[in-house]
Structures are given as structure tokens and as C-alpha cells.
Design a protein around this ligand. Structure first.
Ligand code: TYD
Length: 202
């Protein structure tokens, strides 16, 4: 069954799209699990709290290790067993978030991020990556009333570089990427994703 990841800058609407997508998959009677990164396991949720707490100062290299650790546990405990038992897996964020945020956003060499993550993901790359692409200026408006986590507090320049990074990744991994204009109506976005999933063979 396919492993599908949702990617995009903060405020691009991943959670909204994930919930709607889950509703549609349920209606279609498809067996799936939905998770998010960082987190998704008890260890992962603790790492998430560490990573997003604005009172800590964590360097970009340290972030790479922490996100990769959360990812390693998630892959081993949740994602691989679910795929092996025939379920679709939908993850909000995965390896590409580290490449976009720590790599393109904060200047950590991509090679280093791949090296740290290779053993963590055990060869598991997504079959489909949905990039919800949006101008960070529009997201600032959307996120205005939300309490900001440590990464979000780092601001507009980071989000611009992350967006640029995602578009580069989408270009590089054309075969698995579906780039969607995130300002579109959520129902339309989900319809597009469902059509794509139905065409996927694993
Ligand atoms: P989250 O609250 O899940 O953000 P969002 O709702 O926008 O997905 O927090 C995750 C934050 O962690 C987000 O700002 C992106 C960042 N992140 C990285 O920097 N690297 C990573 O590898 C991952 C998975 C997330």
C-alpha cells in the first residue's frame, strides 16, 4: 500500500488537508493510518516537545539528529508495520521536512542530512509526496492568532527559504511529487490527491 507524505511550510494547511483526506479514505472504505512528524510515538512526542519548546536553544545540526531520531522510531514502530499489514500510511511531514528546513532553511549540508537519515528510514521513501505550496506572506496571515512554536518564531526568511527548498526537491523528485497550490479550495485539493492515490500502484 502507498506511503504518502504531506509537506509544506508552516500554515500551508497540512492538518486541514490531512483530516479531509482521512474522511474521504474512510468513506471509500480504505484501510489507512495517519500520523505526524515530529511525534506519532511516545518517544517521538517527547522529542517533539523538546524540539518545539521556545525556551531551548537547539542548533540546526542538533535538530537534524533529533528529527531523525523521532523519525527512526516512527518508521520502525508504526510506518513499516502498517505498510506490511496492507494499510495506506499518510504522514504529515517526513524526511523532506528535514531537507527543506534544516537544509535549505538553515544551511545544513543536504549530504549530512541524508547520511543521518539513511539508517533512520531503513530505505523507506514515500510513494507520493504532496507539496502544499503557498507564499509565506499568506501564511503569516493564517497563523496570526496561533501560539507560535520555536521553529515558527524564526520567521519569514526561514519560511521563504524552506518554500524554495521544497520547490527544488519537487523538481528533483518529480516522479513522487505532486505540487498543489495551497490557496485552492481544500475539497478540490483533496479530490486531486484522491485521484492521484487511485492511480498509484505499489
Ligand atoms: P508542527 O506544529 O507540526 O508544524 P506544522 O503544523 O506547520 O506542520 O511543527 C513542526 C515544526 O517542525 C515545523 O515548523 C517544521 C519543523 N520541522 C523541521 O524543521 N524539520 C523536520 O524534519 C520536521 C519533521 C519538522
Amino acid at each position: 500500500m502507498p506511503f504518502i507524505t504531506l509537506e509544506g511550510i508552516d500554515g500551508s494547511g497540512k492538518s486541514t488537508i490531512s483530516s479531509l483526506l482521512q474522511e474521504r479514505l474512510r468513506e471509500k472504505g480504505l484501510d489507512f493510518i495517519a500520523i505526524r512528524e515530529p511525534g506519532g510515538t511516545p518517544i517521538g512526542e517527547k522529542i517533539r516537545d523538546l524540539l518545539l519548546d521556545p525556551s531551548y536553544s537547539i542548533s540546526p545540526i542538533e535538530e537534524v539528529y533529533l528529527y531523525a531520531t523521532s523519525r527512526a522510531v516512527l518508521v520502525r514502530e508504526i510506518i513499516l508495520p502498517a505498510l506490511n499489514s496492507g494499510k495506506i500510511v499518510i504522514s504529515e511531514r517526513y524526511l523532506d521536512s528535514s531537507l527543506a528546513y534544516q537544509g535549505y532553511g538553515k544551511g545544513v549540508p543536504l549530504k549530512f542530512i541524508y547520511e543521518v537519515n539513511r539508517p533512520a528510514i531503513m530505505g523507506l521513501y514515500p510513494d507520493l509526496t504532496i507539496l502544499l505550496d503557498i507564499d509565506p506572506l499568506l501564511c503569516i496571515e493564517r497563523l496570526k492568532d496561533k501560539k507560535k512554536d520555536r521553529i515558527e518564531l524564526e520567521g519569514l526568511t526561514l519560511q521563504k527559504n524552506v518554500r524554495y527548498g521544497y520547490l527544488k526537491l519537487a523538481d528533483f523528485y518529480k516522479e513522487r511529487y505532486l505540487v498543489i497550490d495551497a490557496t485552492k479550495e481544500p475539497q478540490k485539493i483533496v479530490k486531486e490527491i484522491i485521484e492521484k492515490i487511485e492511480r498509484l500502484k505499489r
